[in-house]
Design a protein around this ligand. Structure first.
Ligand code: F6R
Length: 365
């Protein structure tokens, strides 16, 4: 079942080009049409005036990424909340807001209960982004987008996450189109970006030997810091979570602009700092944050792309993806942080597919 791979996690990381192309197939065939989200979507989506995303763990980070797309492409407000927090507070419900739950398993108890609570509070429109057909959460939702990642066996979510991002990106563009913010040329551009995505992800996968070479430097550490800005901040969060859960190294992620507000105090020669720094509009800002780290002796491990202009130097290690992919760059830059966590865990000899204390599907509180 594992084929040439040593673990399900490694296999599932490498399945991403296929998982992504299966998930985008319908978008490439039909464009960004409401029907991608179910038969009711043509009626419901035009009524949507805001989006509220509810999820846990890695799926929550997919939601954080989606917020950037939904507000910039669709021009509607989007807030993202951890399901276990939302379900226990007196929340304000606007029935014109679409509740979006994100769950690989479709069975996560807190996400399910958050959805029920949203309905009790008066929400009437719910969309589930889910990988398991006919599971509890999509069954309780008016609309559904099934990711086509195939079964995910490793406890750490990998291909489920990147395919969730595709579903959320499709939602942002579809809402933007309905609101007259995405014209035919822009739609074509977004479709092309998706068409090229599996190839770009394959290029990122080809970086595995370089990433493996970094893993020894992390294996002996007790802490790591992950930094990103904008769309790449949630990817820093995801990288830190992956590293914690499978290698048991304490890792934290911060938006790089927050360094000065506290975490910079942690940085010294023993702190590896991973930076997600492709060439987007915030790169210059990220570079000055990197200098802040270097000035305190922190060792930088930078995931960049060919267009991010800076070079390796003392204490600055760089791995580059071969091209800058624009709006979907967050998806491509997920691959290196997954592989980093995987190889660090291997170097430390932990049980990669079944990390201690964790379950694949969290059906208890
Ligand atoms: C992390 C991980 C978890 C899940 C979370 C939600 O690698 O897998 O954080 O993302 O338990 O699970 P789902 O998406 O099934 O609701």
């Amino acid at each position: 079942e594992l084929g040439p791979y040593s673990h399900f996690m490694q296999k599932e990381i490498h399945e991403q080009p296929k998982a992504l192309s299966d998930t985008i197939e319908a978008v490439l065939e039909n464009g960004f049409v409401a029907e991608l989200f179910g038969t009711n979507a043509a009626k419901l989506l035009p009524q949507v005036e805001g989006v509220k995303i509810l999820a846990c763990g890695t799926s929550f980070y997919a939601g954080l990424t989606a917020k950037y797309w939904i507000e910039s492409i669709a021009g509607i407000s989007c807030d993202v909340e951890i399901a276990s927090e939302y379900r226990y507070r007196d929340a304000f419900a606007n029935p014109k807001h679409l509740v979006v739950t994100i769950s690989q398993s479709g069975e996560t108890l807190d996400t399910m209960e958050a959805l029920k609570y949203a309905k009790e509070l008066g929400h009437t429109m719910a969309l589930s982004i889910c990988n398991v057909r006919e599971s509890a959460i999509p069954r309780a939702s008016e609309l559904v987008f099934y990711t086509r990642a195939g079964a995910e066996i490793g406890v750490a979510s990998t291909k489920a996450f990147t395919t969730q991002l595709v579903g959320l990106f499709a939602l942002a563009v579809t809402l933007g189109k309905q609101r007259g913010r995405v014209d035919a040329a822009a739609e074509h551009g977004y479709q092309e970006a998706l068409r090229q995505l599996p190839g770009s992800v394959q290029h990122a996968l080809n970086l595995e030997p370089q990433i493996k070479a970094w893993s020894d430097k992390f294996a002996a550490k007790q802490n790591a810091l992950f930094l990103g800005r904008g769309l790449h901040y949630p990817i820093a969060l995801e990288g830190a979570l992956k590293l914690k859960e499978i290698s048991y190294i304490h890792a934290e992620a911060y938006p790089a602009g927050e360094l000065k507000h506290g975490p910079l105090a942690l940085v010294d020669e023993s702190m590896p700092v991973v930076v997600i720094a492709p060439n987007d509009a915030l790169l210059e800002k990220v570079k000055s944050n990197m200098q802040e780290v270097r000035a305190r002796g922190g060792e930088l491990f930078v995931f960049a792309d060919l267009d991010s202009h800076f070079s390796e130097s003392d204490g600055v290690h760089v791995i580059r993806t071969p091209r800058h992919v624009g709006v979907l760059s967050a998806i491509v830059h997920t691959i290196p942080v997954q592989m980093l966590a995987y190889h660090v865990a291997l170097a430390r000899g932990t049980d990669v597919d079944k990390p201690r204390n964790l379950a694949k599907s969290v059906t208890v509180e």
